[in-house]
Design a protein around this ligand. Structure first.
Ligand SMILES: NC(=O)c1ccc[n+]([C@@H]2O[C@H](COP(=O)([O-])OP(=O)(O)OC[C@H]3O[C@@H](n4cnc5c(N)ncnc54)[C@H](O)[C@@H]3O)[C@@H](O)[C@H]2O)c1
Ligand SMILES: O=P(O)(O)OC[C@H](O)CO
Length: 327
């Protein structure tokens, strides 16, 4: 088992994971595609752009050379935003284990783990949980889940990240862990809309609870275990994201509700707000497959500019009367 952990992507989450690996006694090779940015990180020993205030230990090396970053390693953490995952995977040796850390979907609306398998990777895992980079980077206590159908790979990743400040659980439910992280971003965006519209605590509790129900219906329809929906990568991450001052998804929803149009449409404000992209991809999938995902639909319509935030509220409040456990 290689002691070096390649961390591919030097945004906030990649930087926090590189620091996390050093707390588990490993060396981390932090890769970024921009050579000038790599040089700056190596010189300043801090990622001032994406994770300010967290020093990079000397066990973290920084490189723009992908081959060098993964040389001799058993697996790599893939921590670029979901849009960048296909190109990055295509450039990696297929014998490498890949641990997908993005909370988003492939360009066709499918799962990133399926994309990896389709490209020929045999050892595939996903890492997800209630994990804000700002807190993990500082070593505040947290927990996460690594899921794989390959228990040896899940165990390797667990050992490489487990430390007194991060409990890493394993799971074999790849679908549940992966899609929990994907869906919660959309519900967190909707929670931000509720915040920005000043709709109150009752509305936010109702939105999060019905959102969890929507997550459950979708995840189980895709083959997830229902228990996973109520675990760290489902309910846990939904609570962390929908209630947090750190969450970009929640903050984007709040900003849209307050009239900030920079998040509307394809440019998406220039920030990684995975839920905006996910909502459109999932809404298209749900329409094509006859699934009812009303919160996803409302967020997709608001994110594309087709509906105002108020119209989204009207659509959700005006749905047909039903029994709570009906669907
Ligand atoms: N920030 C968190 O707390 C957190 C926690 C868990 C999971 N995630 C997930 O991790 C992923 C990355 O998020 P982040 O917070 O690190 O983002 P970020 O905005 O902090 O940084 C993104 C990084 O990826 C690079 N990048 C952007 N597009 C790229 C591309 N096409 N190819 C290669 N590199 C590209 C950027 O230059 C930047 O270094 C997202 O899917 C996010 O949902 C984030
Ligand atoms: O800042 P967000 O909204 O992308 O959320 C960050 C993490 O996914 C929380 O677990």
């Amino acid at each position: 088992m290689g002691l070096k952990v390649p961390v591919l992507g030097a945004g906030g989450w990649g930087t926090a994971l590189a620091v996390t690996a050093t707390r588990a006694g490993r060396e981390a090779a932090l890769w970024t595609r921009r050579a000038d940015f790599a040089a700056r990180l190596a010189a300043e020993r801090e990622n001032r752009e994406y994770l300010p205030g967290v020093p990079l230990p000397e066990e973290v090396s920084v490189t723009p050379d992908l081959g060098r970053a993964v040389a001799g390693a058993s697996f790599a953490l893939i921590v670029v935003p979901s849009v960048g995952v296909p190109d990055l995977l295509a450039a990696l040796p297929r014998e490498l284990g890949v641990v997908l850390c993005a909370k988003g979907l492939a360009p066709d609306g499918g799962r990133l783990t399926d994309l990896a398998r389709g490209l020929g990777f045999a050892r595939v895992a996903v890492l997800s949980g209630p994990n804000h980079a700002e807190e993990i980077g500082r070593g505040l206590p947290a927990a996460t889940v690594v899921a794989s159908t390959d228990p040896a790979l899940a165990g390797e990743v667990q050992a490489a990240l487990l430390s007194p400040s991060l409990r890493v659980y394993t799971s074999s439910d790849v679908v549940g862990v992966e899609l929990g992280g994907v869906l919660k971003n959309v519900i967190a965006l909707a929670a931000g809309l509720v915040d920005g519209l000043n709709l109150g605590d009752n509305a936010k509790a109702a939105l999060m609870t019905r959102g969890l129900r929507e997550m459950s219906r979708y995840l189980v329809s895709q083959g997830a275990h229902e228990d996973t929906v109520y675990g760290l990568s489902g309910l846990g991450d939904l609570v962390a994201t929908a209630t947090s001052r750190h969450s970009r998804n929640r903050a984007a929803g709040e900003a849209i509700a307050r009239g900030d149009r920079s998040f509307i449409g394809p440019q998406q404000g220039g920030k990684v707000v995975e839920g905006l992209r996910t909502a459109g991809l999932l809404d298209a999938w749900a329409s094509a497959h006859g699934h009812d995902l009303p919160i996803v639909r409302a967020v997709a319509k608001v994110a594309s500019g087709e509906w105002t935030p108020d119209a989204g509220v009207v659509s959700l409040m005006g749905r047909d009367a039903k029994a709570e456990l009906e669907g």
